[in-house]
Design a protein around this ligand. Structure first.
Ligand code: HEC
Ligand code: HEC
Ligand code: HEC
Ligand code: HEC
Length: 505
C-alpha cells in the first residue's frame, strides 16, 4: 500500500511538505483563528453541462471563491475530502481517455488553487495509483501537520476508530492546536465515529464520501460529541469553516449555529411535537403516558432552545460553518476557465480522430431486430406529428450542443441524439447528423422503427411512452425539474396525441 505509511514517517513527511513550515515554537498562549475550505465528492465534475439554467457547480466558481477567501485569510487551508478526480471507481473503456483528461484538468485546477491536502477516495484511484501519483497532488497521509497562517493544524485521514487515539496523539505531539479528522466516510459513518474521535481528542470531523455525490446535502451536525460536516457533491457547494481557538483549553469544537440554525431546530421540534400530539387521542395506556411524557420532554427542549443564549465557552474551540452554493452569477476564475477550454479543445480533436476507426452505425447483432430509420421516414406517414414535434425543444437538441461546441464530447452526445451507441444507432461521434439521427427524435421515445415502417401500424416498441423512457435522459443532474406530469403535456399537441383542430365549443 503506497499511501499507508507509519504514523511517524508520515508525520515527518507531511511536516516537510507543508506549504510553509510551521514556526518552531508554536505559541498557544493567545487566541487564534483558523479558516478551512472543504470540498468533497466532486466526482469528475468540471462544470455543469448547462442542460438546466439553475445547475450549480463549476471549478471556475469554486476557484474564484477560494481566491477570494485566500485574499482575506492568506493562511486558509483548502482540503479535498476525496473522490475528486473520477465520476466512478470504474471507468468504461469508451470513456477512459476523456475521463483521464478531465481528471488531469481537475488536478490542475486543484493545484492552481494551492490545494492543501487530498484525502484519497476510491474514485481517485479509478485509473490506478500510478496515474494518481503523476498528478502531483498533495495526498494526505494518515497524519499531517499544516501551517494555517502561523497556527499549526493537524489533519488525520482514515475512518478506523481503533487508530484515532494514536493519530490524534501524533498530531498533538507535533504541537497541533487544532486537529481535524478528514474521514473518507459517509455522513452516517462519520456520525458513528464522532464519540471515538472526541475521546481521541479531535476537534471536528469532515466527512468526504458520498454514495451518490449528486444527492449529497450540505450538513453541519452539532449534536454529536464533536461537530460533523459534509458538503454537496459534484462541486455544487463549498464549505468554509472558521475556527476560533482559545489560548488553552480542552479539545472538541463547539459549532456555533447562529439564528438560522436555531430557527431550523425550533421548526423541526414543532413538527415532532405536532406528530406526537396527533397520536394522543387514539393512544391507549400505557402508550398514552409514554406519548404524554415525550411531548413534555420535547416542549422542555423547545423552551430551552428558544431561550438559549449562544454561549461562547471561553475554554473551547468554536467553529462557524458557511456553505456557499456555487450558482450562476458568482465570480468565475479566468485561469480555471482557460484550463477547461484547453480540455474541451483536446476532447474535440481527439474524439473526431478516434471516431475514424469506428463504423458510422453500431453493428446489429440480432438479425430480426428493428433498426433506427430517422424522423424523415416517419414524416412520410405522420406529417402532422412531425410538424408538431418540430416545434418542441427535442427537435433542437443537437443544435444546442453545437452552439456550445460540445457535440464531440462523450459526456454530452448521448442524450442529444437518437440511439447513441446502440445497435444501428450512431457509433461515430462525427456522424449523427449525416445519419439523420441528430436531435431527440420520434425513435428516442417510440423505439427503433424499421419494422413498423415496413408493416404499419404494428411493431412499435412504445406507443404511449412510459416515464422510464424519458428518465433515460431526464436525470436528476441534467433535468432537475423533470416531472412526468408537467413535462409530458409539453411534448403532446395537435397532430401528436391531440386532434389537429381543437373541437369547436
Ligand atoms: C443524461 C442525459 C444528458 C446528458 C449526458 C447531457 N444532456 Fe444536455 N440536456 C439533457 C436534458 C434532459 C435536457 C433538458 C433539461 C430540461 O429542460 O429539463 C438538456 C438540455 C441541454 C441544453 C439546453 C439548455 C437550455 O436552457 O435550453 C444544453 C445547452 C445542453 N443540454 C448541453 C449539454 C452539454 C454541453 C452536455 C455535456 C457536458 C450535455 N448537455 C449532456 C440531457 C442530457
Ligand atoms: C408507411 C407509413 C408509416 C410510416 C413510415 C410510419 N408509420 Fe407510424 N403508423 C402508420 C399507420 C398507418 C399507423 C396507424 C394509424 C395511426 O395511428 O396513424 C401508425 C401508427 C403509429 C403510432 C401509434 C400506434 C398505435 O398503435 O396507436 C405511432 C406511435 C407511430 N405510428 C410511430 C411511428 C414512428 C416513430 C415512425 C418512424 C419511425 C412511423 N410511425 C413511421 C404508418 C406509418
Ligand atoms: C434521448 C434523450 C431524451 C428522451 C428519451 C427524452 N428527452 Fe426530453 N429532452 C431531451 C433533451 C436533450 C432536451 C433539451 C432540448 C433542448 O433544449 O434543445 C429535452 C427537453 C425536453 C423538454 C423541454 C424542457 C424545457 O425546458 O422546455 C420537455 C418538456 C421534455 N424534454 C419532455 C420529455 C418527456 C415527457 C419525455 C418522455 C416521454 C422525454 N422528454 C424524453 C432529451 C430527452
Ligand atoms: C418525447 C417523446 C416523444 C417523441 C420525441 C415523439 N413522440 Fe410520439 N408520442 C409520445 C407520447 C407520450 C405519445 C402518447 C400520446 C397520447 O396517447 O396521449 C405519443 C403518441 C404518438 C402517436 C399516436 C398518437 C397520434 O397522435 O396519432 C404517433 C403516431 C406518434 N406519437 C408519432 C410520433 C412521431 C412521428 C414522432 C417524431 C416526429 C414522435 N411521435 C415523437 C412521445 C413522443
Amino acid at each position: 500500500m503506497q499511501y499507508k505509511r507509519s504514523f511517524l514517517s508520515s508525520l515527518l513527511l507531511a511536516a516537510c511538505h507543508a506549504a510553509t513550515s510551521p514556526r518552531d515554537a508554536p505559541k498557544a498562549d493567545i487566541a487564534a483563528n483558523v479558516t478551512v475550505l472543504f470540498s468533497a465528492a466532486v466526482a469528475g465534475a468540471l462544470e455543469p453541462c448547462g442542460c438546466s439554467p439553475d445547475q450549480r457547480g463549476g471549478v471556475y466558481r469554486a476557484a474564484a471563491l477560494i481566491d477570494r477567501v485566500r485574499a482575506e485569510v492568506p493562511g486558509a487551508l483548502y482540503l479535498e475530502g476525496g473522490d475528486l478526480l473520477f465520476e466512478s471507481a470504474k471507468i468504461p473503456d469508451v470513456k477512459r481517455d476523456q475521463a483521464k483528461w478531465k481528471a488531469e484538468t481537475l488536478a490542475a485546477t486543484a493545484k492552481l488553487e494551492r490545494l492543501t491536502a487530498l484525502s484519497i477516495g476510491e474514485r481517485d484511484r479509478a485509473e490506478g495509483d500510478d496515474f494518481l501519483s503523476k498528478q502531483l497532488l498533495p495526498i494526505a497521509a494518515t497524519t499531517n501537520l499544516y501551517d494555517a497562517g502561523g497556527v499549526r493544524v493537524g489533519v488525520a485521514t482514515g475512518a478506523e476508530a481503533s487508530t484515532l487515539a494514536a493519530q490524534n496523539k501524533a498530531l498533538r505531539d507535533g504541537h497541533a492546536r487544532l486537529t481535524l479528522l478528514v474521514a473518507h466516510a459517509s455522513v452516517s459513518r462519520a456520525q458513528a465515529l464522532a464519540s471515538a474521535a472526541a475521546a481521541a481528542g479531535f476537534d471536528a470531523i469532515l466527512a468526504g464520501h458520498a454514495d451518490d455525490p449528486q444527492e449529497q446535502q450540505n450538513v453541519a451536525i452539532a449534536q454529536t460529541a464533536i461537530p460533523v460536516f459534509a458538503v454537496e457533491g459534484r462541486g455544487q457547494s463549498l464549505l468554509r469553516l472558521d475556527f476560533v481557538l482559545p489560548p488553552s483549553g480542552s479539545p472538541g469544537a463547539i459549532l456555533l449555529g447562529g439564528e438560522a440554525a436555531r430557527a431550523e431546530m425550533l421548526k423541526a421540534l414543532d413538527v415532532r411535537i405536532a406528530a406526537e400530539r396527533e397520536k394522543l387521542p387514539s393512544a391507549k395506556e400505557p402508550l398514552r403516558s409514554l406519548v404524554a411524557a415525550k411531548i413534555a420532554d420535547l416542549e422542555k427542549r423547545r423552551a430551552m432552545a428558544a431561550s438559549a443564549k449562544e454561549e461562547v465557552p471561553v475554554d473551547r474551540v468554536t467553529v462557524r460553518a458557511t456553505f456557499t452554493r456555487l450558482e450562476k452569477g458568482l465570480p468565475e476564475s479566468a485561469a480555471a476557465h482557460a484550463l477547461i477550454d484547453a480540455y474541451n479543445n483536446k476532447v474535440t480533436m481527439y474524439n473526431i480522430e478516434a471516431a475514424k476507426a469506428l463504423p458510422a452505425k453500431c453493428q446489429v447483432e440480432e438479425k430480426d431486430a428493428a433498426t433506427y430509420v430517422g424522423a424523415q421516414s416517419c414524416r412520410e406517414c405522420h406529417a402532422d406529428a412531425y410538424a408538431f414535434w418540430k416545434t418542441t425543444p427535442h427537435a433542437n437538441a443537437y443544435a444546442k450542443l453545437e452552439k456550445v461546441n460540445k457535440q464531440f464530447s462523450l459526456d454530452c452526445v448521448g442524450c442529444h441524439v437518437v440511439g447513441w451507441q446502440r445497435a444501428s444507432g450512431p457509433c461515430r461521434i462525427d456522424k449523427p447528423k449525416a445519419l439523420g439521427l441528430a436531435d431527440v427524435q420520434c425513435e428516442s421515445c417510440h423505439g427503433a422503427g424499421s419494422l413498423h415502417v415496413a408493416d404499419p401500424p404494428a411493431h412499435l416498441e412504445d406507443v404511449d411512452v412510459p416515464q422510464s423512457r424519458c428518465m433515460q435522459c431526464h436525470e436528476a443532474e441534467n433535468s432537475p425539474h423533470f416531472n412526468f406530469a408537467t413535462y409530458r403535456p409539453r411534448i403532446i399537441g395537435p397532430g401528436h396525441g391531440q386532434p389537429m383542430v381543437a373541437p369547436k365549443p
